[in-house]
Ligand binder design. Structure first.
Ligand SMILES: [Zn+2]
Length: 474
């Protein structure tokens, strides 16, 4: 019996609005506990919510980039449940008439392009956060009322790789659209995964479990793999998979039961009487659609098509929005896309991967990077010294010209110095010189390297080559 996993996702993404979805409190991450609350988001009786227009604009953008149909009529519902993180005892959400319906996103997974269908995307408010300390639990309501979109997919996923590839792609697209910052470490995106196993080719799906609140790619991958393994073991041992909600434990890599189907909630949804439904006009929707910035795929096409950058470099750049923005702005300041792209993907990414820098918080602006590229391209510094200057820019935030000046890295074209250095190198290497003069010209590279090293980038390769040839042939 070959068991085949079927997986569906519910992804929550916090929207990048300044204020919360139904009040004017700040929607920024963090803050002293309960410092970003008001009577509306802390659910005091008699208060009235006012819908944040920006949140509606953002969910429409999210819908468009995921190829959804945008409902011309949408409305809000109350989802009732009692839990200490929800002071109103109901969450304002959308049940029958969400903003976005249908849709799809194409992903690359397991060597092929797969189309993952989206069932719906709706707008709702986030709940607060409970902090458990020793034997007490504390409630922080700063997160209450932060606008969330919930992206519900069809069960089109069949492996952990399908799931992580989709999650990564959605995250990147939402970041590019300016809709969500995608900061997983701050809980900006969370993923619930529904998994069931059935015999391959079977018409009926197996009993499914749901793993809640996965908030990193690693956790998503491990939870899916573990759950497939656990259910396979159960079925192969003749046991039954129980329909339940699970929690994934990062430390053990295992899932454990949160609640079974028997305690499933009845949320008693009903229309929220305080928030009027919205009817969108075609003009309004068209305006929002026209305002969507360039998506990762479009940037990729531009980099490869217009700039002639290699597909590998273009992928590395677009896969990080901060890096892609840096590249675009640097090319605007100094128009040399190819050297800029290769310097970023090789040298800058190396420093970032070594943990010496953070792509989101670089200590220099794009125009300074552009200036560094320009100095090397115009022969004012050597290409090797570009790396030295970059490291200094990363550690001190100094401008490239200042670093070159301080460390004396300018190419001086001082002919007397070049001549003196070449003479010294030739005197110190009689054997290669003899070999060259007897026709073994490939030792030229070695001698050239020695001169280069001795001159520490203060002369251009062309000037050194000229002098070296002159001396060797004289
Ligand atoms: Zn508030």
């Amino acid at each position: 019996m070959k068991l085949y996993p079927t997986i569906g996702l519910e992804i929550h993404a916090e929207l990048l609005t300044q204020s919360k979805v139904f009040c004017t409190c700040s929607a920024q991450f963090g803050g002293e506990p309960n410092s970003r609350c008001c009577p509306v988001c802390s659910g005091l009786p008699g208060t009235l919510p006012v819908l944040n227009a920006k949140a509606v604009e953002y969910i429409i953008k999210a819908g468009y980039i995921m190829n959804c149909d945008i409902s011309r009529f949408t409305k809000w519902d109350r989802k009732n449940y009692f839990y200490p993180d929800l002071p109103k005892a109901y969450q304002i959400s959308q049940m029958p008439r969400p903003v976005c319906l249908g849709g799809y996103v194409d992903i690359e997974s397991e060597g092929e392009t797969k189309r993952m269908r989206i069932n719906r995307i709706h707008l709702e408010e986030d709940a607060g956060k409970l902090v458990h300390q020793n034997r007490v639990s504390l409630a922080d309501y700063n997160r209450c009322g932060i606008p969330l979109i919930e992206i519900v997919t069809e069960p089109d996923f069949h492996s952990a790789q399908d799931v992580t590839a989709f999650f990564e792609k959605i995250r990147l697209m939402l970041q590019y659209a300016g809709v969500c910052d995608g900061r997983l470490e701050q809980g900006s995106m969370r993923c619930d995964v529904n998994i069931s196993l059935a015999e391959k080719g079977s018409d009926t799906l197996g009993t499914r479990t749901e793993v809640k609140n996965l908030n990193s790619l690693k956790a998503i991958q491990r939870a899916v793999e573990y759950e497939i393994y656990r259910q396979t073991e159960l079925i192969e041992n003749g046991e039954r998979v129980i329909q339940e909600t699970l929690h994934f434990n990062d430390a053990t890599g295992e899932t454990s039961s949160l609640r079974s189907k028997e305690d499933a909630h009845d949320y008693r949804y009903f229309p929220d009487p305080d928030i009027p439904p919205i009817i969108f006009t075609e003009e309004e929707l068209e305006q929002i659609r026209a305002d969507i910035p360039e998506m990762p795929q479009q940037r990729y096409d531009r980099y490869v098509g217009e700039y002639g950058i290699s597909p590998t470099d273009a992928s590395v750049i677009i896969n990080n929005k901060a890096i892609s923005d840096l590249f675009d702005n640097a090319v605007k300041a100094y128009n040399a896309p190819k050297p800029t792209a290769s310097f970023i993907t090789v040298e800058l990414m190396r420093r970032i991967n070594l943990g010496e820098a953070n792509a989101e918080e670089l200590p220099f602006a794009a125009k300074e990077l552009a200036r560094l590229i320009e100095l090397a391209e115009t022969g004012k510094i050597s290409k090797d010294n570009r790396k030295v200057i970059l490291r200094e820019m990363l550690s001190s935030g100094k401008a490239p010209d200042d670093v070159a000046e301080e460390l004396q890295l300018w190419i001086k074209e001082d002919n007397a110095l070049i001549e003196k250095t070449v003479d010294e190198i030739l005197a110190a290497n009689p054997t290669p010189v003899e070999q060259y003069r007897s026709g073994q010209t490939k030792v030229f590279g070695f001698l050239m390297g020695q001169c280069n090293k001795a001159l520490k980038g203060s002369a251009s390769p062309a000037a050194i080559k000229q002098m070296l040839e002159k001396k060797l042939n004289s």
